[in-house]
Design a protein around this ligand. Structure first.
Ligand code: GUN
Length: 296
């Protein structure tokens, strides 16, 4: 048996067309153009490529984006100054500080400085808290994109055992929260595994839905997957490949070749979760602009 592929690229394209229509309607009705402010510190190639993709997606959706790129040596005060300027700027409805930040900058101080009403990443303590207790908030983009993919693919989550591998603030923890919500795309029994987990396969083999966000290639191989499971691979890892123009290729955290022989449904890398993350960022920025237009 070979798994069906859960194509994030085509779902993302469909949703972005709808978002672009809604952006045009908002502009026509209120004169407000949704705006995203993006701050990138340093020139990490993966981060640079994400940020460029986010800006391109904004332009394609008819949104405004402001791009601030600071040198890797920029001070925390300089980053905070940019965040504060964007907090005040009426053209910007969403602020994204690309993570990770260089080590000399305290990520939590920077995230805390983002106005919660512009926190379209859903990373501030206010948004995390609201999500956790089920209040209206900006949901973090990758976890929200994963839930949207499951819903669109008609995957039942209610009563299923979802196993999350990874406990990051960006993916592991929030996706576990969303999967356990008493809501559509939730109501699952959730297990979270991490680097302290002994015998990872004992847990992954029980998963009806397996979400892998460990940040390491081959964390999950076919033999660790329950036959017929739904596998969502969040990993984006660059591995050297002399045959490719850039000298590398992208692989996920799951060994795709062996996994597709066990899973019923699996996301590829690239073209799985990645395009959905950016789509949910556009969704949140549009929502933030709508709220700003109502306050005008
Ligand atoms: N780094 C990796 N993923 C993300 C994301 O979704 N948002 C931000 N700001 N940084 C990231």
């Amino acid at each position: 048996m070979s798994a069906e592929i859960l194509n994030g690229k085509s779902l993302a394209a469909e949703m972005r067309t709808e978002i672009a229509t809604q952006v045009a309607e908002l502009k026509a009705k209120t004169g407000v153009t949704p705006g995203l402010g993006v701050i990138l510190v340093g020139a990490d190639p993966a981060s640079t490529s994400y940020v460029t993709a986010k800006e391109r997606a904004c332009a394609e959706a008819g949104m405004y984006s402001q791009d601030v790129r600071l040198a890797a040596q920029a001070t925390q005060a300089e980053v905070l100054k940019m965040v504060e300027e964007m907090n005040r700027c009426p053209l910007i409805h969403g602020i994204l500080v690309q993570l990770p930040l260089p080590r000399h900058i305290d990520e939590s101080v920077v995230i805390n400085a983002i106005a919660p009403e512009k926190d379209v990443d859903g990373f501030t303590p206010v948004n995390v808290g609201r999500m956790t207790i089920g209040e209206t908030c900006f949901l973090p983009c990758t976890p929200h994109g994963i839930i949207q993919m499951l819903l669109k693919a008609g995957v039942e989550t209610s009563g299923k055992h979802a196993v999350v591998v990874g406990r990051s603030n960006i993916v592991g923890k929030p996706v576990a929260q969303l999967l356990m919500r008493k809501a559509r795309g939730g109501n699952a029994t959730v297990t979270v595994c991490h680097t302290g987990t002994r015998e990872l396969s004992a847990f992954t083999l029980q998963a009806d839905i397996l979400i892998v966000a460990a940040g390491r290639p081959n964390t999950v191989t076919g033999g660790m997957i329950k036959p017929g499971a739904v596998v969502i691979d969040v990993g984006v890892n660059r591995v050297p490949d002399a045959a490719r123009p850039g000298g590398f290729r992208l692989v996920g955290d799951v060994d795709f070749e062996s996994a597709k022989e066990r899973a019923a449904l699996i996301t590829p890398v690239p073209g799985g979760v990645g395009p959905m993350t950016i789509t949910m960022l556009l969704h949140n920025t549009l929502e933030s602009a709508r709220r700003a237009a109502m306050r005008k």
